[in-house]
Design a protein. Structure first.
Lengths: 455, 522
């Protein structure tokens, strides 16, 4: 077996050295009834690299690859071009095969990169501090609600109708067990501002409210000014949590921090990570300085070594499970280190200039696509303000249309029937995302296919 | 310039180790690297774009005007920055990485190649189901292997990491108890457990109580039985446990807990020790998470991403989370989500993550499973256990091994600081190992042993590598026991000396605070 260096002679010599007559003797503590005498049945034996490549390659070829045709899916996962050097760098063994930097003297590469990542995320979000990453946007969102509960000592979270339905679903699951009350609503296809429920949110804030959670741009692509909402939250002693599922938007759209958000969380997958069929992704989490000791997750911090040289360590670990056990701020242990590194490298390559340009290209492409698709007979653009994603109202149910488009090799968007299967009011909605990877030919192809499918 | 006409090499200095500071602060291949914020600039970028097309803004007036403060680098500078940073890290690729309970085994590169196939990497989680049948097939494949390897009937693939898997298991336990109208409040956890166990139980609203240990480092069955009762929801037991020992009474523990109406959660972090040789399902457990980044070799990546699928018994399977992949009679795959769960999975405790989990890790784990096969995986646990016992027996004369007398260990060897002179600690031994070119073992865990040193060599180390490590640790341990004051200064050969963690926590500096760098002012 190519991954196992011990030879039969080594094994014999080592068994003799430990005083065991056979390998079975080392498993003597296993109850007799649970010992297996040979390989587990029903599974194949070992295979060569070539054979494994063939087996998995066959499965990979059964999928329709996003990059092989016109592609318009978003709703929490976006297809962006990732520079070649990002993937090369994260595959360096010193990053790929290292561990959580518990021995900082020989892990400065990881801890310094995390410190840089934290700074980049904080600046992108317009916040003071960020942590060293969470699993993904949806789990970061729930962790933020828990943090708001600890800070305000209140148990009611008001969730905007424009929050990603999977994120809402995760919150529902967790709230059942923690006892938090959730104020939830379904989004509506309101012309000019789909999914915007600002009036409802403002009305729902009361003395029991720990936080209001708003996604910007929201699940239907709508971009909103959250300043008034932040003020209302603060007046009532509640926190404003803003969720950003498309970090590229922050190259063009005013940051949540600037609008008064107290905690900003989101998905970082757009930068460096790729689609990966939903994971692994990277959760981003930032807040104000004064709340840092209530944050979940790992934190890298600056310090000095015995010679006075600057260095970095994991810090404030008294918040964490390996020290605080049942009193920890979260049970999280693993973060998403390598994805955080990929995010950070991509953002370093872009820099502020590149990020702003990337965001401008995304926005301009989306505006042009929205105008073109709205010319398809029967199709209406629902959004007023949007970044790189918008909602179309089709003259009929969108879900079968998406399947019909897929048959022609066009991945035409996410139907709201897929995300909200029980909401008849939303059934005609189609959410379309456009990034720098979308060409004008792709848009024309979608427009033509849509026209045909709707005819 | 003079020419050395003699043909002999010029005279070398005889002055011993050079101590002079260099102009750059570098020491040959050991290169200092400034922060990105000190070398990058706002105006610089390493990505070229086509011109931005003309279009009217539709941002509703919410344009970001103020500077963001994100420095950029050109591509060569970026590659150099991160390559230099990488060289300050220790890694499995460089040598033995004996972190107990972390299973730092070789990460096969075939796994990386497979995960990057466009058919897996460039696929969107919300694509129509008929366009992603191959991706569902991989999830199903890994799930089937996990069920067969553990002897359990069901699996939840979506948990994102080990601790997330624990959460999944405990939420299922709570949902199952609530479904039978049986509100229980307490989860029993041994003192030797990973910190995530009590943290997870508390996160789910349970009160955590310790289970005492026996003198030979295992769960005290009699004490456990005495504590069981109608208020105990269940136990969380790590097996093999964090002392590196198999819980001999596991079957009896399960029977006692079940008889008292509770459920058994097994922390599967140490599954690597028994994979292919023992099926946890034969030990009477109800749920167990499996760290794909441990037993199934997906890379640790400097702290993640991991993946923590959870296998379930029949008692808990109905409460497993959404979504999951179901194989239909015609061989096609179907994703069961909120929409379709009502038909035959109405008891689910719900969704715990957006989309379907760590697909990139499933692909890597699938490559690992297919490569080893059932026979190879059996060899994995045998070699892992043999390597750990070899370390244990080669070092027990110089380091105190508190449980060595009770028999063989499993995949990790545990030592304590017993016998070190005043002022010398486990930390000193760890830092001394750094100078010897090794990553230290897990230190001060498990908490049940004073100054614990937990060593997990894994099966991907050969005998020569083990012998070198054993020699190094023996040397460092002897220095500690002899009271060698120089050891207190270790490491002296690493990129940094000991770092001041107290100062870091007292006045936390968590981000670079200067907004505009000098270079950015251009």
């Amino acid at each position: 077996m190519r991954y196992l260096p011990l030879t039969p002679d080594d094994r014999q010599a080592m068994l003799a050295a430990v005083g065991a007559g056979s390998i079975d003797e080392l498993f003597c503590d296993v109850p007799e009834a649970a010992r297996l005498s040979g390989p587990i049945e029903g599974l194949p034996n070992h295979a060569s690299e070539l054979s494994v490549e063939r087996q998995l390659g066959r499965l990979a070829s059964q999928n329709l690859v996003a990059g092989e045709g016109p592609f318009f899916l978003g709703c929490g996962a976006y297809r962006h071009h990732v520079p070649a050097s990002v993937d090369h760098l994260i595959q360096r063994g010193e990053f790929l095969t290292s561990y959580t930097p518990y021995q900082p003297e020989i892990a400065q590469g990881t801890v310094q990169a995390l410190f840089e990542f934290q700074t980049q995320v904080a600046r992108l979000y317009g916040c003071d501090v960020a942590n060293a990453s969470m699993y993904d946007g949806s789990t970061a969102c729930w962790e933020a609600i828990g943090m708001a509960r600890r800070i305000t000592r209140r148990g009611k979270a008001v969730l905007s109708a424009g929050l990603h339905p999977h994120y809402v679903s995760v919150c529902r699951t967790m709230a059942k067990f923690t006892g938090d009350a959730l104020d939830i609503a379904m989004p509506e296809l309101t012309d000019g501002r789909p999914g915007d429920d600002m009036a409802r949110l403002l009305g729902a804030i009361d003395k029991d409210t720990s936080c209001v959670v708003v996604q910007n741009p929201n699940i239907l692509g709508h971009v909103a000014d959250l300043s008034e909402l932040a003020e209302a939250c603060h007046k009532a002693g509640a926190l404003l949590i803003v969720v950003v599922t498309e970090p590229v938007s922050l190259g063009l759209v005013r940051s949540p921090g600037e609008m008064g958000a107290d905690i900003v969380v989101g998905e970082g997958q757009s930068l460096g990570v790729g689609l990966n069929f939903g994971g692994p992704y990277v959760g981003l989490f930032a807040t104000r300085d004064k709340y840092v000791r209530q944050m979940p997750g790992r934190l890298a911090g600056e310090t000095v070594d015995a010679d006075g040289k600057r260095g970095f360590v994991l810090t404030l670990s008294t918040r964490e499970q390996h020290i605080r056990r049942e009193k920890a701020t979260s049970n999280i242990c693993t973060n998403s280190g390598l994805c955080a590194l990929a995010f950070s490298i991509h953002l370093t390559l872009l820099g502020e200039t590149g990020l702003r340009k990337l965001a401008a290209i995304n926005h301009a492409g989306a505006v042009a696509a929205a105008e073109r698709l709205a010319k398809v007979p029967g199709v209406e653009l629902v959004n007023g303000a949007f970044f790189n994603e918008f909602t179309l109202r089709l003259p009929k149910e969108a879900r079968p249309v998406v399947h019909a488009l897929a048959e022609d090799g066009i991945l035409g968007g996410v139907s709201l029937g897929r995300l909200y299967p029980r909401a008849a009011d939303l059934a005609n909605g189609l959410v379309v995302a456009v990034t720098e990877t979308t060409s004008t030919d792709d848009v024309e192809e979608l427009a033509d296919a849509l026209e045909e499918a709707l005819a | 310039m003079s020419i050395n006409s003699s043909g002999w090499k010029p005279e070398m200095s005889q002055g011993g180790a050079p101590t002079a500071e260099t102009f750059t602060g570098n020491r040959a291949l050991m290169l200092e690297e400034p922060l990105l914020f000190e070398i990058g600039s706002i105006g610089k970028t390493g990505v070229d774009f086509a011109e931005v097309p003309e279009a009217a803004s539709r941002l509703g007036g919410l344009t970001r005007e103020a500077p963001i403060g994100l420095p950029g680098l050109s591509e060569p500078e970026t590659v150099r920055h991160y390559t230099r940073l990488s060289r300050q890290n220790y890694a499995i690729d460089l040598g033995l990485f004996p972190l107990g309970s972390c299973t730092m085994k070789h990460n096969p590169r075939l796994n990386e190649r497979m995960a990057r196939l466009p058919g897996f990497a460039d696929v969107h989680p919300l694509q129509p189901q008929e366009t992603v049948q191959g991706a569902y097939a991989v999830i199903n494949l890994v799930g089937e292997w996990l069920c067969k390897l553990t002897g359990m009937p069901a699996v939840a693939m979506s948990p994102k990491a080990g601790a997330h898997g624990e959460l999944c298991g405990l939420l299922a336990i709570r949902a199952a108890l609530e479904a039978r109208g049986d509100a229980r409040e307490v989860i029993l956890v041994p003192e030797s457990a990973h910190g995530t166990n009590p943290a997870t139980a508390a996160f789910c609203g349970y009160r955590v109580e310790d289970i005492p240990a026996t003198k030979d480092g295992r769960v005290n069955l009699e004490a456990l039985k005495a504590r069981l009762g109608p208020d105990v929801a269940g136990v969380m037991i790590t097996n093999p446990n964090t002392c590196g020992l198999f819980e001999r009474d596991m079957i009896a523990i399960g029977e006692a807990v079940h008889a008292a109406g509770g459920l058994v959660y097994c922390d599967g972090a140490n599954f690597n020790a028994i994979v292919g040789r023992v099926r946890p399902g034969d030990l009477g457990i109800d749920a167990m998470h499996i760290n794909l980044h441990k037993t199934f070799s997906t890379p640790h990546g400097g702290g993640g991403p991991g993946a923590g699928p959870v296998v379930f018994s029949d008692a808990l399977a109905p409460f497993a989370p959404l979504p999951f992949v179901e194989k239909r009679e015609d061989g096609s795959f179907h994703l069961v989500e909120e929409e379709t769960a009502g038909e035959h999975h109405a008891d689910t405790f719900g969704r715990m993550v957006a989309f379907h989990g760590q697909m990139g890790m499933f692909t890597r784990a699938a490559a690992y499973m297919l490569s080893h096969g059932a026979d190879g995986l059996r060899q994995v646990s045998e070699d892992a256990v043999l390597n750990a016992n070899y370390v244990l027996r080669q070092l027990e004369d110089v380091l105190d091994a508190p449980f060595a007398a009770s028999g063989p260990c499993m995949h990790e060897a545990l030592f304590s600081d017993e016998g070190f002179p005043e002022g010398f600690t486990t930390l000193d031994v760890a830092k001394g190992l750094i100078d010897e070119g090794f990553h230290p073992m897990t230190m001060y865990f498990p908490l049940v042993v004073h100054g614990a040193m937990l060593i997990e060599p894994t099966e991907t180390e050969g005998k020569a590598a083990l012998d070198q490590f054993i020699g190094a640790l023996r040397h460092v341990a002897e220095r500690a026991k002899a009271g060698d004051a120089a050891l207190k200064a270790a490491p002296v050969h690493a990129p940094r000396r000991r770092l001041d963690e107290t100062a870091a926590a007292r006045k936390p500096v968590l981000t670079y605070r200067e907004l505009v760098t000098a270079a950015a002012a251009e």
